[in-house]
Design a protein around this ligand. Structure first.
Ligand code: GUN
Ligand code: ZN
Length: 441
C-alpha cells in the first residue's frame, strides 16, 4: 500500500481529560497531518513539519476543514442482532425471549451469517467505528462469517461464539463440552490471525449451567491472551434470576468471580445495579464495566453510575450494545451517555466523550499501543468528522467558537452523516468502498 499524508484538523488524546478544558489531555493541530506508511502511522504534527519529511510524490488526502481523529472503538455489541434493533416494548428477559432468541437462530445458516456480517462491518465503518468487541451467535458458522468479513476489510475486531446451555431455545443451546470444543477450535482458527482477537463469551449466568461456567474458567485459564465477555447486572429481574441459580454466590459479581472470570481482559456489559462491594471487586481484578447508554434507556434497564466506578477505582468503557442499543453511531451513543449521566447529576465533558470513544476504550481493551490515538507506530485507523454535515449543524457551528463546543455539537447532533471518511490500516473505506449487494439472501 502506498504512503500517504492525511491532512486536516488533527485531534488525538494523550491522557484522560481532568476537566472541561484540560488542554494538556490532547494534541490538536489546526492545519495538521498524519503520515501513513504501510498501514501504520509514521508521523503526526503540523502539516508543514510532517510534509517536510516526506517525498514530493506522496499522495495527499486533504480533508480540511474536517477533524481527523483515531477511529472509534465500540466495546460491546451483538452482530446477530443487526436486524433486531428497534424491537418493541419489552424489558431484558422478555425482549431476549420474544425477539433475540428467535433472530439468532437464523445464524446457523452460513449464507445468512455472511450476509449480515458484511452489512455489520460496513455499518460500523459508516459510523466511524474501526474496532469493536462483538458477540456472535452460538453457531461457529457465525464466528467464521464475522472474522471473515473483518479480515476482508483488515479491521481489528474482537469476537466470539456465545456459549449458552440453558434457559434458551433448543436450537440455541450448546453443551459444556460442545461450548468448550467449538470455542477451542475457533480460538485456534482465528485468534491472532491478522488483526483478529478472540473473546471467550459465556452469554451470562442465566444461560450457562455451573458446568459451562467451569468450562469457561478452563478456557480463560488456557487462553489468558483472549478476552472474556459477558453481561452483569443489567436488569432487576435478571439479577434475581441469576442469583437464584447460583445460591452459593454472595451476589451476581461473585458468580463470575467464583469461576475466575474477572481479570483485565474481561468486559462486563451494563453493570448498572451493582453494590459498592461488587464494584470494588471489579476494581481489584481490573475487569471493565461497559456502559451502554442507548440500550439501557431503550430496554428500561437503568442508569450507569460512572462516578461510583471512578470513586471506587474500577475501569469502565462505553459501547452501543446493538441490538438492545438503538444506534451503531458512537456519536449518538455519547449523546445518550451525556443524558444518562446528567440525570444523575454527573457531568460528561465533550473532551471526555471523545477521549472515551478513542483512547479511553483502547485502554479498556489494553490496546492503546495499537489503536485509539494517533502516534508513530500505531495502526492507521482514522476517522474524519464533518461538524457541519447537516443544515442544523452548520447553523449551530456558525456560533461555536471553541474545539470543545465543536465536539459537543458533533456528539449531540451528529451521526453517520458526520463521518466524511474512515481509514482502516491506512485504506480509505468510505470513498473506496467496494460495491456490495443490497438484497438479502
Ligand atoms: N444479556 C444477555 N444477553 C443479552 C443481550 O443479547 N443483550 C443485552 N442487552 N443483554 C443481554
Ligand atoms: Zn450485550
Amino acid at each position: 500500500m502506498s504512503d500517504q499524508l492525511i491532512r486536516g484538523r488533527v485531534l488525538t488524546f494523550v491522557k484522560e481529560p481532568a476537566g472541561v478544558d484540560d488542554a494538556g489531555s490532547y494534541r490538536f493541530f489546526e492545519d495538521g497531518a498524519v503520515f501513513v506508511s504501510k498501514g501504520k502511522i509514521a508521523g503526526v504534527g503540523p502539516y508543514g513539519d510532517v510534509a517536510k519529511h516526506v517525498g514530493p510524490s506522496v499522495k495527499i488526502a486533504d480533508h480540511r476543514p474536517h477533524l481527523v481523529m483515531p477511529g472509534f472503538i465500540d466495546t460491546h455489541l451483538h452482530f446477530p442482532q443487526t436486524q433486531a434493533i428497534a424491537s418493541y416494548g419489552a424489558q431484558l428477559l422478555e425482549w431476549l425471549n420474544t425477539y433475540i432468541f428467535v433472530e439468532e437462530q437464523k445464524f446457523k445458516a452460513p449464507e445468512h451469517a455472511a450476509f449480515i456480517a458484511d452489512r455489520f462491518m460496513d455499518e460500523l465503518l459508516s459510523n466511524g467505528t474501526t474496532t469493536a468487541a462483538a458477540y456472535c451467535s452460538v453457531h461457529p458458522e457465525s464466528v467464521d462469517a464475522f472474522f471473515t468479513a473483518a479480515e476482508e476489510r483488515n479491521m481489528l475486531m474482537i469476537g466470539g461464539k456465545v456459549m449458552m446451555d440453558r434457559n434458551a431455545p433448543d436450537a440455541l443451546r450448546d453443551t459444556p463440552e460442545k461450548g468448550y470444543d467449538e470455542t477451542k477450535a475457533l480460538i485456534a482458527k482465528w485468534h491472532g490471525r491478522g488483526r483478529a482477537h478472540y473473546a471467550i463469551s459465556p452469554r451470562f449466568a442465566i444461560t450457562s449451567t455451573p458446568e459451562q461456567m467451569e468450562v469457561s474458567r478452563v478456557l480463560a485459564a488456557e487462553h489468558p491472551d483472549c478476552y472474556v465477555q459477558t453481561h452483569l447486572s443489567e436488569n432487576r429481574d435478571e439479577i434475581a434470576f441469576a442469583t437464584s441459580l447460583y445460591p452459593e454466590a454472595k451476589d451476581y459479581t461473585d458468580i463470575y468471580a467464583r469461576y475466575e472470570l474477572l481479570g483485565r481482559k474481561t468486559l462486563l456489559g451494563h453493570c448498572i445495579h451493582l453494590s459498592d462491594r461488587e464494584i470494588s471487586v471489579l476494581a481489584k481484578t481490573g475487569a471493565v464495566g461497559v456502559f451502554c447508554p442507548t440500550s439501557n434507556l431503550f430496554l428500561g434497564s437503568g442508569l450507569f453510575d460512572r462516578d461510583r466506578f471512578d470513586r471506587l477505582g474500577a475501569r469502565h468503557a462505553v459501547a452501543t450494545d446493538v441490538g438492545g442499543g438503538t444506534s451503531f453511531s458512537m456519536l449518538e451513543t455519547m449523546d445518550e451517555a451525556y443524558k444518562v449521566l446528567h440525570l444523575q447529576g454527573q457531568r460528561l465533558s465533550p473532551l471526555n466523550s471523545f477521549y472515551m470513544l478513542t483512547l479511553g476504550n483502547a485502554r479498556a481493551l489494553d490496546l492503546e499501543h495499537r489503536i485509539g490515538s494517533l502516534h508513530a507506530g500505531a495502526d492507521a485507523d482514522i476517522v474524519v468528522l464533518d461538524s457541519r454535515a447537516k443544515p442544523a449543524m452548520e447553523l449551530r457551528m456558525q456560533v461555536a467558537s471553541t474545539l470543545a463546543e465543536e465536539l459537543f455539537v458533533l456528539q449531540t447532533m451528529g451521526d453517520d452523516r458526520s463521518v466524511a471518511e474512515v481509514y482502516v490500516a491506512g485504506k480509505p473505506m468510505k470513498s473506496g468502498r467496494r460495491e456490495t449487494k443490497a438484497e438479502a439472501v
